[in-house]
Write a protein that binds this ligand. Structure first.
Ligand code: ADP
Ligand code: AMP
Length: 225
């Protein structure tokens, strides 16, 4: 086993849409010097550039359904093979099915690596709906805001790069409700999957952003020390 495989750290942020995975991933990836890999963000970049991958994924994303496993897993493996991931990665939104989790474990095992810790960010459904329908996203840096809970300094403008913020098409109430259903049916089984592997740690996602960050950092540091 090489030095790099001992040092590599893989963190999977698990939780329903709107739990705060992207918000926390941006903060934690900077603090831990780990690349933030968001499957949703990679899909959205491909949608806006109208690539072949984007065109394949569009209909699923617009309906709030999952993009098929083979497409998603292939995309993530390619991203994780890039040099910036040699020390590991912080994953947000992947895996989302047991089949994706199995493929991911097999992929890591080739280099004697594994998923080290899976913080499960728990938030009730009513709060999720309020968070998602008030979410504003920066199209350039991907930073997320909330009109009430985490507003930008100037309404509608990204604090970091001055871009005009937008509301995601899949954050409409009807699509949000479907995404929560899809999460319950297809992603929730991952809670037991990772609990059985001894890497799951529950985080109260209903606290404010700073408190969630502190709980996450403590939990991660305890598990990778
Ligand atoms: P996810 O990536 O899990 O879908 P996001 O990080 O995009 O979730 O957060 C969804 C929305 O909730 C965003 O508008 C974000 O600003 C807001 N948000 C995130 N964490 C919190 C929190 N702890 N309290 C209140 N609002 C939050
Ligand atoms: P997110 O940005 O994580 O909320 O993801 C937005 C949308 O992208 C989801 O509703 C899915 O349609 C698609 N998507 C993101 N990650 C995955 C994944 N791991 N598997 C399948 N579809 C995904």
């Amino acid at each position: 086993m090489g030095f790099e495989s001992i040092m590599a750290i893989y963190i999977v942020l698990l939780g329903p849409p709107g739990a705060g995975k992207g918000t926390q991933a941006k903060i934690i990836s900077e603090k831990m010097f780990l690349p933030h890999i968001s499957s949703g963000e990679i899909f959205r970049e491909n949608l806006s550039k109208k690539t072949e991958l984007g065109n394949l994924a569009r209909k699923y994303i617009n309906r709030g359904e999952l993009v098929p496993d083979d497409i998603t897993t292939g995309m993530i493996k390619k991203r994780l093979s890039r040099d910036d991931c040699r020390n590991g990665a912080l994953l947000d939104g992947f895996p989302r099915t047991v089949s994706q989790a199995n493929s991911f474990d097999e992929f890591l095992a080739i280099d004697h690596k594994k998923v080290n810790v899976v913080p499960y960010i728990k938030v009730s459904d009513e709060i999720l709906i309020e968070r998602l329908t008030g979410r504003w996203t920066c199209p350039v840096c991907g930073h997320v805001y909330h009109e009430k809970f985490n507003p930008p300094q100037k309404p509608g403008i990204c604090d970091f790069d001055g871009s005009d913020l937008y509301q995601r098409d899949d954050d409409k109430l009807e699509t949000v409700q479907n995404r929560i259903r899809v999460y319950i049916n297809q992603t929730q089984p991952l809670i037991d999957y990772y609990r059985n592997k001894g890497v799951l740690v529950e985080i109260n996602g209903e606290n404010n952003i700073q408190m969630v960050t502190e709980e996450l950092l403590t939990a991660i540091q305890e598990r990778i020390a």
